[in-house]
Design a protein around this ligand. Structure first.
Ligand code: 13P
Ligand code: SF4
Length: 330
């Protein structure tokens, strides 16, 4: 009986991804009127198939203004959430829903709400690397591109909580001369860069330009020629010596675009300390969350229109305010 019933079910050809994944992705993208947004930390193959590549701020802007019906976000969960918050009526896909972020996870919403309640009268500035629920508790959002400008937009006599990245917060405090109340969060990738190994590399390559993301600790930032967001560091290469040597102290996915703007320059990946001891490990500097996305998962996500980011409308409405306030700064 069971066998008879099974025989009556329609036979489905099993689907396999095409050999030329990039071509398959382009076809599906056209079919769905989808746009692919990719962060600079994605693997090179994903960057090459994307419609827009950028830092968190650039991608948030693209998400806010796209006319596509579907946004496929090749980045991490908080970035795709921001896209959904800014384009609530569009379908937002993330090729791997488990692509999280240690910084975002370092600030659980409940504990953060208690922290905010313990600091009455403070304006709350939250780095975009945070959950929608934490954004909903904030007055302002910021990215590493505009964190200084956001803090400077707040009158000097108003106290400020800055969360969740204590290192970015420390950098902003030093740049603005403001005394910020910092949440104790950090990025597991940038926190691991080894100041002593970078100093050694710098000495071995006299004249090299050291490019550092502000999520790094102060001891690492002290070695920098340029501190900036991923876009800021890419711009420094664009403006810099086309034959120069660059020591890149951030996730090495960005080097894919750096090589495009300066094909004859030399790029050195900064070493990270091995957890718990000083050493030179050049694979600890890749973000395990960003790298969960692959070209094949991107194809599947277009093919299945999943996994999808879903947020409650009330959460979207509340979390949108600090992001829009940030974007209105220009
Ligand atoms: P950017 O905004 O500089 O691209 O940084 C995002 C990020 O996650 C850095 O770790
Ligand atoms: Fe989060 Fe760090 Fe990865 Fe950026 S590099 S997504 S801050 S874990």
């Amino acid at each position: 009986m069971v066998a008879t019933l099974l025989a009556m079910l329609p036979v489905r050809a099993s689907v396999t991804p095409p050999v030329d994944l990039a071509a398959g992705i382009r076809d599906l993208k056209r079919e769905l009127n989808a746009v692919i947004l990719a962060h600079y930390y994605q693997e090179g193959d994903i960057q090459d198939v994307a419609d827009f590549i950028g830092d968190s701020l650039q991608l948030a802007r693209q998400a806010a203004q796209t006319s596509a019906d579907v946004i496929v976000f090749c980045g991490v969960h908080f970035m795709a959430e921001s896209a959904k918050i800014l384009s609530p009526h569009k379908q937002v896909l993330l090729p791997d829903l488990a692509a999280g972020c240690s910084l975002s996870e370092s600030a659980p919403a409940e504990a953060f709400a208690a922290f905010v309640a313990a600091h009455p009268g403070h304006q709350v500035v939250t780095y975009v690397n945070s959950s929608a629920a934490v954004k909903a508790l904030s007055d302002w959002c910021c990215t590493s591109s505009n964190a200084v400008a956001v803090v400077e937009a707040i009158p000097r006599d108003v106290p400020i909580i800055f969360a969740p990245d204590k290192y970015l917060g420390d950098w902003v405090a030093r740049k603005t001369g403001r005394d910020l109340v910092l949440w104790d969060g950090s990025c597991e990738v940038h926190e691991l860069f080894s100041a002593s190994a970078i100093a050694d590399l710098k000495a071995a390559h006299p004249g090299c330009t050291v490019l550092v993301h502000p999520e790094c600790p102060h001891a690492v930032r002290l070695l920098a020629d340029v501190v900036g967001s991923t876009k800021g560091l890419l711009d420094a290469v664009r403006r810099g010596d086309p034959l120069g040597t660059y020591l890149v102290v951030t996730e090495p996915g960005i080097i894919h675009q750096m090589r495009k703007v300066a094909p004859e320059a030399t790029f050195l990946m900064a070493p990270a300390a091995v957890r718990g001891q000083e050493g030179a490990c050049t694979s600890c500097n890749t973000c395990p969350h960003m790298r969960r996305n692959t070209l094949e998962k991107l194809w599947w996500s277009l093919r299945n229109r999943a996994p999808e980011i879903r947020l409650a409308p009330e959460l979207i409405a509340r979390a949108r305010l600090p992001i829009e306030r940030m974007l209105s700064l220009g």
